[in-house]
Design a binder for this molecule. Structure first.
Ligand code: COA
Length: 258
């Protein structure tokens, strides 16, 4: 199962996800509305498992974990769980809630603890899963994922828009953040400053930083370190740029809420 890949779901996966959930006896009626927070497990281009998230600020409902019967007990469920934890952390989620009738032991082994229904936050209580779709006998469980490591495979690295011409991925922990940028020739980050310290490593292309009346051109394999609150601008020259940045404290506005 080493080559099973976890990736974000799209509209084209809707029918297959519903089929998997139906076969596993899990609610599937409301999947479409939450599809952008679903992941699928693919084995040689065949979808063999799925999991979903409903994020509400820094908490989320983990739902719809299902693996096709013929692929169970080979680690796919665990891979999907690890994937959904990464997806949740990329969105700034710190605590997961779930309802289960069938996999209480598995989730307990993963560190989830039982929660009384009346202790659940309103956002979770209001979900369709809680209100209409899951049986009364389902057990509620919860886990703080803020102290867990998370792993973001290439297949889950979906870049989002930054300034015009630039796309980015932000990977937050509590005190530090890493960002990865792909920047088109000529794209510009206008003059700004931030409390966060910034260390930028250019992988490919050239980024020119303007700091007061000084220009610093940072090429492949080169690094610029910018202390807290130093006003600067940056732009890409004639080449496509790929770069990573380390930030501390984290840039909350980079956390991919939507
Ligand atoms: C639950 C489910 C997703 C697990 O998928 P899977 O690919 O078989 O899981 P894995 O092979 O990754 O197993 C992960 C671990 O959980 C354990 N496990 C798997 N299913 C379990 C279950 N129903 N109850 C208790 N433990 C379970 C495995 O033994 C394994 O433990 P190990 O790491 O100590 O060996 C799969 O059985 C399934 O689709 N079930 C039907 C739908 C369902 O019940 N989903 C949960 C709803 S909230």
């Amino acid at each position: 199962m080493n080559d099973v890949k976890i990736r974000g779901a799209g509209l084209k996966d809707d029918a297959r996800i519903r089929e998997l959930l139906k076969d596993a006896g899990l609610p599937f009626e409301d999947v479409t509305a939450h599809l952008h927070d679903f992941l699928v497990a693919e084995d040689n281009s065949t979808i063999v498992g799925t999991v979903g998230l409903e994020p509400y600020g820094d908490i989320a409902l983990l739902r719809s974990l299902a693996v096709e019967a013929s692929h169970r007990n080979k680690g796919v469920g665990r891979k999907l769980y690890d994937g959904v934890v990464a997806h949740a952390r990329l969105k700034g989620v710190k605590r997961l809630y779930l309802l289960t009738t069938t996999a209480k032991r598995m989730f307990r082994d993963l560190g989830f603890l039982d929660v009384d229904r009346d202790q659940l936050p309103d956002e979770i209580r209001k979900t369709d899963e809680f209100q209409k779709l899951c049986p009364e006998t389902a057990v509620c469980m919860s886990k703080d994922i803020e102290k867990d490591i998370y792993y973001v495979p290439r297949s889950m690295q979906n870049l989002i828009k930054s300034v015009p011409g630039a796309n980015m991925l932000a990977v937050p922990l509590e005190k530090a953040m890493l960002t990865y940028f792909e920047i088109a020739p000529g794209a510009r980050f206008d003059t700004h400053n931030h409390e966060s310290e910034q260390i930028t490593y250019v992988i490919e292309g050239r980024l020119v930083f303007e700091i007061d009346d000084r220009m610093v051109s940072v090429g492949p394999g080169e690094i610029i370190a910018i202390p807290s609150n130093v006003t600067h601008a940056a732009f890409a020259g004639n080449e496509h740029v790929r770069a990573v940045d380390a930030w501390s404290p984290i840039r909350q506005e980079f956390v991919q809420k939507e």
